[in-house]
Design a binder for this molecule. Structure first.
Ligand code: CO
Length: 427
């Protein structure tokens, strides 16, 4: 038996429940809202913001969740943690019924930068939101093996291992979901019967496929965690747990804690519910009682931790990392730095995060990409550009980012949650 076990099994149980519940942005928001509600946070809405916000509250709206814990005295600074609820996936098209040769297929649209091959030969369920003609919204989750994208057999693709697998997103990613002659309207009828509504009640949907495999510990020593959507449900979970844990402590005078879990990061954040949208700014304004210039002073005193997963060093591809900056699993959160501002971390904002790590007695690592390997971006630069709030990009190190099933150290998510708790409650 190895001695290296996750430090706290209950953290892992808590996280795997979150991962298994968060099969779409709306499901992640719904689950997080319940978690907040059971921890004493009161639900509010954008429509009610002018009627005064609860001291501890949240707004859950489709794939966006904002939650806060207000200071007893007027807000002098915000401590914000941002993350994103969406993950790259395959979304069902509005008119999806298709097929040929007696195979029934579903038309799908690629959402974000998926690793195409990772979606092959997996049993897939369906999850998302359905809007009815009366404007009401239903979340839908079908936990059965509904669909599958079968890979072409090696015998019919003899040089695939030498040439590499090339998939045309339009032609080769259409899942099969049954046999027989396909019929227009059939998918909508299936969704309607699953929701126990008439097909004529359905106005539109936002439904995606998800891998049915549950999150699980991995390795003979159970030191790793495998799941879909680690990017970025780990950060959504850690932000929420940090806020809940901190809410029992006294905040520094005038410090209001906020978490902002945005949708649409994987497609550039430009939407009403993405980080480029105005809704976090609406909330901060509503939480602040002072004048416009006092509000701007408050923002300049505030900071934001943008939490999104980082790339751990891959043992089979060590050349992809900068030699002095090679994040390892279970060695603590990664501070992400980029001189070209793809990450928002500045020397001053980095110091804030380091203070939180020291306070929590949690090790941290630093990542900068190779000059020949430009990095992706996060909501960090967007938040800092929109609001003028000094921002820090951090995240848990993982492998297989944007695969349908990703891998990280089992201890890192709880270490990030601990640092965020200290950020909210001690700094
Ligand atoms: Co991400």
């Amino acid at each position: 038996m190895s001695e290296k076990m996750p430090q706290d099994e209950s953290d892992i149980d808590n996280l795997t429940r979150h991962l298994d519940a968060s099969v779409s942005p709306a499901h992640s928001v719904e689950y997080t809202a319940q978690r907040l509600q059971s921890s004493g946070f009161a639900e509010s809405s954008f429509a009610n913001m002018n009627e005064g916000l609860p001291a501890k509250g949240f707004i859950a709206d489709a794939g966006l969740l904002l939650a806060w814990n207000q200071s007893d005295s007027p807000t002098q600074r915000f401590h914000i943690v941002g993350a994103h609820t969406d993950s790259p996936c395959l979304k069902v098209k509005p008119l999806p019924d298709a097929g040929s040769f007696n195979w029934k297929q579903i038309g799908v649209e690629v959402y974000g930068g998926i690793l195409n091959n990772s979606w092959l030969d997996r049993d897939l369920g369906l999850a998302g939101r359905v809007v009815l003609e009366d404007g009401s919204v239903k979340t839908i989750r079908i936990d059965q093996a509904i669909a599958r994208i079968p890979q072409l057999a090696i015998h019919l693709d003899r040089d695939v291992n030498e040439r590499g697998l090339i998939l045309d997103k339009q032609i080769h990613l259409a899942p099969i979901w049954g046999l027989g002659q396909y019929r227009p309207g059939e998918f909508a009828e299936f969704i309607a019967s699953s929701l126990a509504v008439s097909v004529h009640d359905i106005a539109f949907w936002d439904i995606a496929l998800f891998d049915l495999t549950s999150a699980s510990l991995l390795g003979a020593d159970r030191s790793l965690l495998a799941s879909g959507r680690l990017d970025n449900q780990i950060s959504c979970w850690a932000a929420t747990e940090g806020l809940i844990a901190a809410s029992t402590n006294a905040n520094g005078e005038g410090t209001t804690s906020v978490i902002a879990l945005f949708d649409h990061e994987e497609v550039g954040s430009e939407s009403t519910h993405g980080a480029s949208g105005p809704r976090l700014a609406w909330l901060l304004k509503a939480l602040h009682s002072g004048s416009q210039s006092q509000f701007h002073e408050t923002l300049s005193r505030s900071h934001c931790i943008s939490a999104d997963n980082a790339h751990a060093i891959h043992p089979n591809y060590p050349d992809r990392h900068e030699p002095n900056h090679r994040p390892l699993p279970n060695m603590g959160p990664v501070l992400k730095v980029n001189a070209n501002q793809r990450y928002a971390t500045s020397p001053e904002s980095a110091a804030v995060f380091l203070q939180a790590c020291y306070s929590a007695e949690v090790n941290h690592q630093v990542f900068v990409s190779k000059n020949s390997m430009p990095c992706g971006s996060t909501i960090g630069p967007i938040t800092s550009t929109q609001l003028g709030i000094p921002t820090i990009d951090v995240g848990v190190a993982q492998l297989s980012m944007h695969s349908a099933r990703e891998l990280c150290g089992a201890e890192d998510p709880a270490l990030l949650a601990k640092v965020l708790k200290h950020y909210f409650s001690v700094l």
